[in-house]
Every structure is written in C-alpha cells, then in structure tokens.
Design a binder for this molecule. Structure first.
Ligand code: GRF
Length: 201
C-alpha cells in the first residue's frame, strides 16, 4: 500500500514508519507533507529519499485551497492511505471526502479522554493513573473518529508532562506502524452496522 504522511514537527512517528515498514513489502511511503517549513519530518523524508513538500497556508489563501493542493499531490503520488503523524492542523472536510476511511491519526491520550492539543499536560493535571495512546480514523471533529487501536501504561509515580510524554513515545512508535501494516494487509474492517466499531483481525 502506498501511503502519504503529514507531519508538523519532529517526525519521530514518521521515522518509526520509515524504519519498520517502508520498502519492506507491504508499505511504501510515497509522500511526506508538512504545514511547517522547518519541520524535522521533512529532513527525515529526504534522508529516506521520500518526496517531501511544504504546504504553508499563506501560499494558498486559506485552508480549503491548501488542503485541496495537498490532496492533489497525494493523489498524484498514488497515496491510498494518509497517516497524520503529529500533523497539528485540522483537515478540510473536502479533503476527508477524497480519502474516505483512509485517513488515520495518532494521539497521545486514551480517547475520548483529552482530545486536542495539550492532552498529555491535561492528563497529568487531572491526575490520571493510566495513560496511553490512540490510533483512530479521522473524521471532521477533533480526535473524534472511530478508534482502531489503543495502548495503555500506568503513569509513573510523580511523572510530569515531559516524563509522561517520553513514556508514551515507544507506545506510539509501536502502535502506529502496527496499525498501518494491518490496514495495508486489509485486516481492518469497520462494522457496517455500527461504524464506531472497528475490527482488527
Ligand atoms: C505525537 O505525540 C502524536 O501523538 C501527536 O504529535 C506528536 C508528534 O510527534 N499527535 P512526532 O512529530 O511524530 O515526533
């Protein structure tokens, strides 16, 4: 399966996909897009010889046109699945309509708890004892799409947000590539009777 990855920052989740899946048979990363020119993710793409492009909203006069340009580029590159790996922007509904049930996101919390930005800080402030990560389909809401998979850990005693974020990293780097591989192998199905229920088999 050809996949496109969108990332705004460091790109450690992109790196996990490149290291574990790219070019190994099931998955080819064919495009990496970013809204941020300085994103380290772009460098990681270049190092792996994957075409990378920046789509700054100012260039396009707004999010709908910017997202249409991203979708055009991903389609040109043949992307069948779009992976949001730390992409810190909402996607235009028209973008999502072009990739139905073909956009997934990784989020550093056990959804539906703590959606949106600052989720690790919020979890620590709340005093949760168990924390985790979620990979879900993307819909028009903020981290509201059907959940594909989650992993949890006990919160280390006294952990601040930085420590918890660090503890969650390996979970993301395992779970996101695993879900992408399951999708590539056609092992993820959405229950037609209840589209909130996603089966991974
Ligand atoms: C991850 O924690 C992801 O869950 C969140 O943004 C972060 C991106 O990290 N959506 P990286 O850029 O993949 O290192």
């Amino acid at each position: 399966m050809k996949i496109g990855v969108l990332a705004s920052g460091d790109g450690s989740n992109l790196q996990a996909i490149l290291d574990k899946l790219h070019g190994r048979g099931d998955v080819d990363v064919v495009a990496v897009g970013s809204d941020k020119p300085g994103a380290r993710a772009l460098q990681r793409a270049a190092e792996a010889d994957v075409p990378a492009r920046v789509f700054e909203v100012e260039e396009f006069g707004g999010r709908p046109d910017r997202d249409a340009a991203i979708a055009d580029w991903l389609e040109e590159r043949g992307a069948e699945l779009v992976v949001l790996a730390g992409y810190m922007q909402l996607l235009d509904p028209a973008f999502l309509a072009r990739f139905p049930q073909r956009v997934v996101n990784v989020h550093p919390a056990l959804l539906p708890a703590f959606p949106g930005i600052g989720s690790v800080e919020q979890a620590v402030a709340y005093g949760v004892k168990v924390a985790g990560v979620t990979v879900h389909f993307v819909d028009e809401g903020v981290d509201t799409g059907p959940i594909i998979a989650q992993r949890a850990i006990d919160v280390p005693e006294g952990a601040d947000a930085a420590a918890l974020r660090l503890a969650l990293r390996p979970l993301e780097h395992e779970l996101l590539p695993a879900v992408v591989e399951h999708l590539a192998r056609g092992r993820v199905t959405v229950d037609p009777g209840n589209p909130r229920h996603v089966r991974v088999a």
